[in-house]
Design a protein around this ligand. Structure first.
Ligand SMILES: NC(=O)c1ccc[n+]([C@@H]2O[C@H](COP(=O)([O-])OP(=O)(O)OC[C@H]3O[C@@H](n4cnc5c(N)ncnc54)[C@H](O)[C@@H]3O)[C@@H](O)[C@H]2O)c1
Ligand SMILES: NC(=[NH2+])NCCC[C@H](N)C(=O)O
Length: 702
């Protein structure tokens, strides 16, 4: 073969924008000019023919994108890996390119049918022939990279594309002679940018700005230092010229309407590989099985997002769709990633969603001993809200005290969720992802049976009254079966006049534990003692003279008696939320904070103890009503396992969304005034009847 560089092009006899398979084609269907396309293609062909040998493949009617010969395949030496197009709109080109390659005497390899790969559009040789850059994420699959390495006997470096405008590697990445690289960093994920920076020294990297990238400045043909390109900014042209390149700009706007430009329209035929390359593609894979309501609960979408957003790729190996609405589906996925760390991150995310590792049925969890108290081994498994099991000595054992953001400690044949701060030297902590499974589907099914009527998510549009009716109905059912409802409340409950309603719920037996901070207690007691909250008369709504001292006088009085209970028993406190708690024997826990006045004797200022007390009172809860306290609601959300219905009421949608985003079916967010919510809830419970007492006016002992 001549020493001249050789290219393959395809005349645009049948080129037009006939469909949409990339963002550039949107709005351009049947709006390309064949005449202008022919002129532009001819100009590029002339520029190239003056510097290289250009071969032509016969265009075929019905395959307009055949003009983009970069996608015909990937050539190295006398070997071709034929493209296997992702979109059906281009799959008809394959046999024509295959025939051309075979006629030229190339050895043609074809990938398995499930593996999409779009040739030199998604795979570019390092100009010194040391390795192959291979893109994935939109068209070509990561799983195709090991085949490239094997068949072309070269090291493959996988780069993940993240901006769909740059859906082929050659639209944003152009290895140039002398080891230079013209590329658009924002088109790649962080791992890929790190890999590029590891392989290409800073002085050889030429990152482009978005303005250049969207004119396909990186989609360039470098013919021995002459760069043929659609357009570059004057700044980029100067940068290239400073490095010894000659830039020839040739208008290809008709092809940009289809998402291609100079490099796409050409395929370099004589590429040579530097000797001693290491034919490897570090692509790691695991097989996982996911079972459940994969489609209607969007679990499969969540799993795929988890794989792709963490830099991985997947193949669906088996998929069994449940025949009926109530039956479950099963999917078996091969999950791949370029590094062990990325694969572990993905597998952890899939396990959180109930996935099971194919081999895990006979692999125990990996246990590592704690070397320093309060410090976990490096790759500890982070717990979720979902019921979890770990495999120990061949047995699957349930993890007790389930909560998110903990670790799993195995003691004999038992396993416990444990906070890192509570770890002791010698504790056996579960690490990695082997031998772990979450029972997410079980809790979802259970959740869906018990709470379907409430559904999950956040909506200020959904009528509050409807939700209140549903919550009242659920409160009543929990009470009837001797279940447990925990209330988390902030002082705003008192400020909005909701105190009397909460007191009524407690008196009515609908609340089995109350969690809060110093403030709700102070203002509830202040209201009983002075009729004010933060010095504001809750009946008249005006600040009272000297009222700003009321909460301090209240704190002082309770401190004098030693506790809220003592003050109630002494007849000093005669009504309100905490009065009813004491009378009804409803336990409460007040967690201290940096904002606290006093504090009250009952407020636990040791936060570790406060968290432990909260966790104790949450144990066994069926439902948690979170009422206008961002701090305490989020704290409780973090320690509450799946299967517990969380109702978050707040005037701020962001707070409600944060809790609803726990990813569990069991979270309902209501954006409304908490005083109004409690008033409606109390009225609805009264309407439901069943011996419900009418709200009593809050007694003040002034
Ligand atoms: N004097 C004191 O000792 C004092 C005073 C205030 C707070 N604190 C302490 O500070 C900590 C944080 O207090 P916090 O939980 O009240 O604050 P927070 O900011 O965590 O939560 C208050 C929440 O109430 C919401 N909200 C405001 N008005 C509302 C309305 N009308 N209806 C519904 N939601 C409404 C806000 O959006 C916010 O999410 C607590 O531990 C508390 O005890 C102490
Ligand atoms: N190597 C390339 N970038 N080729 C551009 C291909 C354009 C074609 N319309 C497609 O979407 O597949």
């Amino acid at each position: 073969m001549s020493s001249l560089i050789q290219y393959l092009m395809c005349p645009p006899d049948h080129y037009e924008v006939d469909y949409v398979i990339n963002p550039w084609m949107v709005g351009n269907v049947h709006r390309s000019s064949r005449e202008r396309a022919v002129q532009q293609w001819q100009a590029l062909y002339q520029h190239l023919s003056q510097r290289a040998k250009v071969h032509l493949v016969e265009p075929v009617q019905g395959w307009p994108d055949m003009v983009f010969t970069a996608n015909a395949g990937l050539i190295l030496g006398s070997t071709v890996v034929l493209s296997r197009f992702y979109h059906p709109e281009r799959q008809g080109e394959q046999p024509h390119f295959k025939a051309w390659f075979e006629k030229q005497g190339y050895t043609v390899y074809e990938l398995p049918p499930a593996l999409a790969f779009e040739g030199a559009g998604d795979a570019l040789l390092d100009r010194a022939g040391r390795w192959l850059w291979a893109g994935y994420g939109f068209r070509s699959m990561l799983e195709s990279h090991p085949y490239l390495a094997k068949w072309l006997e070269i090291e493959v470096l996988s780069l993940r594309l993240v901006d769909e405008r740059f859906y082929h590697l050659d639209t944003c990445f152009c290895p140039l002679s002398e080891g230079y690289l013209l590329y658009y960093p924002a088109a790649f994920d962080a791992y890929s940018n790190r890999l590029i920076e590891m392989r290409v020294p800073p002085e050889k990297r030429i990152p482009v700005q978005e303005a250049d990238a969207i004119h396909f400045a990186c989609n360039a043909v470098d013919v021995n230092g002459t760069i043929l390109v659609n357009w570059v900014s004057p700044e980029l042209e100067a940068t290239l010229q400073e490095r010894g390149f000659t830039v020839v700009q040739t208008d290809l706007t008709e092809f940009l309407k289809a998402g291609g430009a100079a490099k796409c329209l050409t395929l370099r035929l004589n590429e040579t590989v530097a000797p001693q390359t290491d034919p490897v593609a570090t692509v790691l894979s695991r097989t996982v099985t996911l079972q459940g309501h994969l489609v209607d609960s969007a679990l499969l979408t969540e799993a795929v997002d988890c794989i792709v957003e963490n830099g991985g790729s997947f193949q669906i190996l088996k998929f069994h769709l449940g025949e009926k609405r109530q039956s479950t589906s099963t999917v078996e996925l091969s999950v791949s990633a370029p590094t062990e760390e990325m694969l572990d991150t993905i597998l952890s995310g899939l396990i959180e969603r109930g996935a099971r590792l194919a081999e895990q049925s006979h692999q125990d969890a990996r246990l590592e001993r704690v070397q320093k108290s309060g410090v976990a081994p490096d790759d500890f498994y982070v717990t979720t809200i979902y019921p979890t099991e770990v495999r120990v000595a061949g047995q699957w054992i349930p993890v007790q005290r389930q909560r998110m953001d903990g670790v799993i400690v195995v003691k004999g044949s038992a396993a416990y969720c444990t906070l890192i701060r509570d770890l002791q030297v010698g504790d056996a902590v579960v690490c990695g992802v082997e031998g772990i499974r979450t029972l997410r589907q079980a809790s979802k099914e259970r959740g869906s049976q018990e709470f379907t009527f409430m559904g999950s998510g956040v909506s200020s549009e959904r009528r509050v009254e409807i939700l209140v009716e549903q919550i009242a109905w659920e409160l009543r059912r929990i009470k009837e079966r001797g279940g447990k409802t925990v209330v988390v409340a902030g002082p705003v409950v008192i400020h909005t006049g909701g105190g009397s309603h909460l007191a009524t719920l407690i008196r009515g037996g609908y609340v089995q534990a109350l969690l809060g901070g110093n403030a709700i207690a102070v203002h509830d007691l202040e209201q009983n003692l002075y009729g004010t909250s933060l010095g504001v008369d809750l009946v008249r709504g005006n600040a009272v003279k000297g009222g700003h001292k009321h909460h301090l006088k209240t704190i002082n009085l309770i401190r004098k008696h030693g506790s809220i209970r003592a003050a109630v028993e002494a007849g000093v406190i005669t009504g309100g939320v905490f009065y009813e708690c004491i009378r009804a024997g409803v336990p409460f826990s007040l967690a201290g904070s940096i904002r606290d006045d006093g504090p009250l004797p009952d407020t636990e200022m040791d936060l570790v103890k406060a968290q432990q007390d909260y966790a104790r009172l949450i144990q066994g809860a069926d439902m948690v009503l979170m009422l206008s306290s961002m701090l305490h609601s989020i704290g409780v959300g973090n320690m509450t396992p799946a299967g517990v219905k969380l109702i978050c009421v707040d005037i701020n949608p962001a707070v409600v969304t944060k809790l609803a985003d726990r990813g569990s079916l069991e979270s309902v967010g209501i954006v409304t005034d908490v005083g109004l919510f409690l008033s409606l809830l109390v009225q609805q419970l009264a309407r439901l009847g069943q011996g419900y007492e009418r709200p009593q006016p809050v007694l003040t002992s002034r």
